[in-house]
Design a binder for this molecule. Structure first.
Ligand code: DQA
Length: 155
């Protein structure tokens, strides 16, 4: 699965720690990878400050990655191109935010990603990544069970 981070998230740990905590991006990737390992999933992590690179990462996940966990940073609030790229991805998409954007400035209350996400986890700091992986694993497990029922209707 793809774990994707948007702009400024490379600065986690040093950037506004009172809002985003003291854990670094590497710490969050380690948390997600450990949680994924427990569920039999592997994590491919990408971060970019450039919208086009995030789009290419999403395109590259098509047909290759089972799911996407994405913290789009400030792109969350206006990058419709991310909305469209995620809409073209076939699999669970979990939107994660360390802070709770809905409890912050009004411009953070809109997410253009939320309408194409399977679900959103916000406000739980680094725990959000573990919760996101559990959500992905549950979605993928449910999918697998459904396919098996279809493939073997006698069971
Ligand atoms: C964020 C919330 C966004 O509003 C902000 O622009 C970020 C981080 C979060 O994880 O809380 O860069 O996505």
């Amino acid at each position: 699965m793809l774990l994707l981070h948007g702009p400024n998230l490379n600065l986690l740990g040093a950037r506004e720690p009172e809002v985003y905590g003291t854990e670094t991006l590497a710490d969050h990737i380690a948390t997600a990878s450990a949680a994924a390992g427990e569920c039999g999933l592997t994590v491919e992590a990408r971060q970019s400050n450039h919208e086009g690179e995030l789009l290419e990462a999403i395109h590259g996940a098509r047909g290759r990655c089972a799911a996407i966990v994405v913290n789009p940073g400030a792109f969350t609030h206006y990058a419709w191109s991310l909305h469209d790229a995620l809409a073209a991805f076939d699999g669970p998409v979990v939107e994660v935010h360390l802070s709770n954007p809905n409890a912050r400035e009004p411009w953070r209350h809109t997410s253009v990603v939320a309408p194409v996400a399977t679900g959103t986890i916000a406000g739980f700091g680094g725990l959000g990544y573990r919760l996101a992986i559990e959500a992905v694993a549950t979605c993928l497990g449910a999918d697998r069970a459904e396919n098996e029922t279809v493939a073997r209707p006698d069971r």
